[in-house]
Design a protein. Structure first.
Length: 148
């Protein structure tokens, strides 16, 4: 195992054991349920959007470490961003996970944790675990009329 793999594993485990933005939002703009019936992952996403900006995102995740870590990283990546910026991050992340030829994201340094999830591509069945929070966020943005 390479040093990079060890660092990626540590990053994923840190977000799994200490998920960021875990919890609920009272009176959110959207509340969306996400489920991956193949592995049992479940999450509830709470989203607040004001004036075209993602003001807050909280998750309650149940399931594997990949699902929880991906959701934790996602919330850090999109909170405070405009809906357009959040959508761009979503699209880049999904491309990284689904495009076999793309191995890195072009993200600011403070969001480099997301690159830890590229190791999941080695296990195709787990890609859906990593994408569940992101697809649920898309649903949330669509439900408040903010997704383009």
């Amino acid at each position: 195992m390479s040093l990079a793999d060890d660092l990626y594993r540590e990053t994923i485990l840190d977000h799994y054991h200490n998920p960021r933005n875990h919890g609920i939002i009272d009176n959110p703009s959207a509340k969306v349920e996400g489920v991956n019936p193949l592995c049992g992952d479940e999450l509830t996403l709470y989203l607040t959007v004001e004036n075209g900006t993602v003001v807050d995102v909280k998750l309650e995740a149940k399931g594997c470490s990949i699902n929880t870590a991906s959701g934790s990283m996602m919330t850090e990546a999109v909170v405070g961003k405009s809906v357009d910026e959040a959508t761009d991050i979503i699209n880049k992340f999904k491309s990284m996970m689904l495009d076999k030829n793309q191995s890195e994201l072009d993200l600011p340094e403070e969001m480099e944790d997301l690159e830890a999830l590229q190791g999941v591509k080695k296990y195709p069945v787990r890609i859906k675990c990593a994408l569940l929070p992101w697809n649920t966020l898309i649903e949330g943005l669509e439900s408040v009329g903010q997704q383009k």
